[in-house]
Design a binder for this molecule. Structure first.
Ligand code: ADP
Ligand code: MG
Length: 364
């Protein structure tokens, strides 16, 4: 397996990016962080598009940049593909024309990236003769992804490719992106500031804040870190859990999920019994109680223990981490509630989950 090794600095006036990181070029690595944290700058630096970047970048055995040796491999010789937020297609060409152009420009790396397979995977068959100007935003992004794949990249960089799309279009494209590393043996570095995309796509994540790496690791581990504060989102903050589909209740259209012996019930999900799925539970959808509540419409009540509380200064809130055995949930409650309930580390609590979202179907 190839390792991408980065040790770079970029400065723009008062903003400075300084990141040293090694990542496995495999599956999907999400580069996450708020607007202005330096995600695009880092991606451009990796691609060789940031000429002011200083430092070293190695991709496996290949040196892409090493200032010590005055070495800088230009972008077009690094063999990386780049997908931007806006599709940037050639407006005067058809879809087929755009793809053919990319293929001609490709290094011809023989890695199974055949036009026919790419077209089929992104379901572009019926669009091939169309001019790109008439396509919807979602269709344009599918073409942009296909076009970049046809350049036969060894590494695919995607910079907020879905941020210009509405929720429905986004949901349509996510499954295509999810499949790419497996189908085409191409690792992806995916930039986003949307946690739903992280939960859905990421095999691992790196968090940037103010030009610095502040966290890295598995999605499960990073998202439960309440010490990161706004860097992992405020209103969208939450955790992901890997759960097993334990069974379905057809009469009430419910699906039961098992998480190490605890059951979470969700609206019916079309996943076979025994299948593993990733679910996301947002901190604002979790409430806490010190006694088992009765007579509630909320069905998902788990037992847990408070493992950490971080008060957010100058806000009403306290981010609370609750251990449910084999995992932790985040709860965003008010500081006043934390005080009234006498919450502190080690205190047993009941966790009420108001809503759960399915973000990813998993194998195995
Ligand atoms: P992100 O992608 O996380 O939103 P960027 O990497 O685009 O962040 O930007 C990080 C910071 O660098 C911002 O403050 C931005 O204004 C600044 N910046 C980015 N590119 C340039 C540039 N070419 N010239 C000057 N400042 C830039
Ligand atoms: Mg950006």
């Amino acid at each position: 397996m190839t390792t991408l090794s980065i040790d770079v600095k970029v400065s723009f006036g008062s903003f400075g990016l300084e990141v040293a990181h090694q990542l496995a070029a495999e599956g999907i690595t999400v580069l996450f962080g708020p607007n202005g944290s330096g995600k695009s700058t880092l991606l451009r630096t990796i691609a060789g598009l940031e000429r002011g970047a200083r430092g070293r970048i190695h991709y496996g055995e290949t040196v892409w940049q090493d200032d010590g040796d005055h070495l800088f491999v230009p972008a077009h010789k690094r063999g990386v593909g780049y997908v931007f937020q806006d599709a940037r297609l050639f407006p005067h060409l058809t879809v087929a024309g755009n793809l053919a152009y990319a293929e001609k420009r490709s290094g011809g790396r023989p890695n199974g990236l055949e036009l026919e397979t790419v077209v089929k995977t992104l379901e572009l068959q019926s669009l091939m003769a169309r001019r790109v100007t008439g396509l919807s935003g979602g269709e344009r992004q599918r073409v942009a992804i296909a076009r970049t794949l046809m350049t036969r990249p060894r590494l695919l960089l995607m910079d907020e490719p879905l941020s210009a799309l509405d929720v429905r279009r986004k949901a349509e494209i996510l499954p295509y992106i999810e499949q790419l590393p497996g189908l085409f043996d191409v690792p992806i570095i995916y930039v986003t500031h949307a946690l739903d995309e992280v939960a859905r796509l990421a095999d691992r994540m790196v968090v940037l804040s103010l030009g610095r790496k502040v966290a890295e690791g598995s999605v499960n581990d990073v998202l439960e870190r309440i010490d990161l504060g706004p860097a992992t989102g405020r209103f969208e903050a939450g955790v992901v859990l890997n759960v097993r589909v334990a069974g379905h209740d057809r009469e009430y259209q419910l699906t039961r999920l098992d998480h190490h012996g605890q059951t979470i019930t969700v609206p019916y999900a079309d996943v076979p019994e025994g299948g593993m799925v990733r679910v996301r539970i947002r901190a604002r959808d979790v409430a806490l109680a010190i006694e088992k509540p009765e007579g509630l419409s909320i069905r998902n009540i788990l037992k847990g223990t408070v493992s950490d509380i971080v008060e957010e200064p100058a806000t009403a809130y306290a981010e609370t981490l609750v251990d449910i055995g084999n995992a932790r949930l985040r709860a965003r409650i008010t500081r006043k509630s934390a005080f009234d309930l006498g919450l502190s580390r080690g205190k047993p609590v009941f966790v009420l989950i108001k809503s759960v979202s399915f973000d990813r179907r998993m194998v195995g």
